[in-house]
Design a protein around this ligand. Structure first.
Ligand code: GUN
Length: 283
């Protein structure tokens, strides 16, 4: 391996420390930032994510409320819970953990969250603001990736940035953030012909597909910065990203590990968005 490791754990600890400072300042003004996390069903991975989000909130001095709902909760009941949180002055951020059970309309749920409390940045209004260059909340994972690139002093103006995966949660907002930073952005999807021909042009390569090993070292330009957003559990129990780490690390200049890369940054940026939401209530 020749690539430098981009340590998401260390950077996230730094960001969380900064958030804790801002929380202290808010508390001195009588405001305790509050995050509500709604979890529908018992998906084990989602349970872990929600637990980690709540623990990070508490560690930063914030108020955290987890609302677990049964897998068969009717859509209307979930919408009522969200409306109650929208009206609750102790709650500054609302996050509904995805994916939701099939009988629930995810879009409708997200659109019901007050845009001013949508710390995921998934509401159409926040997606539109991001697209038009006036972001209110940046979606946490791509925001965390930007923070990593910034901390590594990766030049983005005029750089070729290639994103593999075009989801609403990662790929599309990632494209908007990189574009705003002056990169020339290519957004690949599952229909992209000759994926390697695209990825090999990348100075900055972001991979977010949920498919382990979709990017291998021969698809990476020598010296590229590789950001692996994937978190996949193999049958062996081992956690791996979407990038074949060993072969990619042999050609990249810098690469994120899995675990310990982008994952911790997502949580850190959720805290940043929540503290920002609370600060706005004082402005
Ligand atoms: N599921 C996977 N990633 C996310 C995320 O960033 N936010 C929410 N709400 N659910 C997710």
């Amino acid at each position: 391996m020749s690539a430098r490791l981009i340590d998401g754990k260390a950077l996230s600890a730094r960001v969380r420390g900064e958030v804790a400072e801002r929380v202290r300042a808010l508390k001195a003004q009588g405001v305790t930032p509050g995050l509500a996390v709604v979890l529908v069903g018992e998906d084990p991975a989602s349970q872990v994510y929600v637990r980690n989000k709540a623990a990070a909130c508490t560690a930063a001095g914030m108020h955290s409320r987890v609302i677990p709902l049964g897998a068969d909760t009717p859509e209307g009941e979930l919408l009522d819970v969200i409306e109650t949180l929208n009206a609750d002055p102790a709650i500054h951020g609302i996050l509904v953990q995805l994916p939701l059970p099939g009988h629930i309309d995810t879009g409708l749920v997200i659109e019901t969250i007050s845009a001013a409390k949508d710390v995921d940045g998934f509401h159409v209004s926040n997606a539109g603001l991001l697209m038009t260059g006036r972001p209110l909340f940046r979606p946490c994972t791509p925001y965390g990736v930007m923070k990593m690139l910034e901390s590594e002093n990766v030049p983005l103006r005029g750089a070729e940035a290639v994103i593999v995966g075009a989801s609403n949660i990662v790929g599309k907002p990632m494209a908007m953030l990189l574009l705003a930073a002056g990169a020339t952005v290519t957004l690949c999807n599952s229909k992209t012909r000759d994926l390697g021909a695209q990825t090999r042009r990348a100075d900055v390569l972001v991979v977010a597909t949920g498919r382990p090993g979709i990017v291998t070292g021969d698809m990476v330009k020598p010296g590229a910065v590789v950001i692996d957003v994937g978190i996949n559990r193999l049958e062996s129990g081992r956690l791996v990203g979407d990038v074949d780490f060993d072969s990619a690390a042999a050609v990249a200049s810098a690469i994120t590990p899995v675990p310990g890369g982008v994952g911790p940054m997502t949580i850190a940026m959720l805290l940043v968005n929540t503290v920002e939401a609370a600060e706005r209530t004082l402005q």
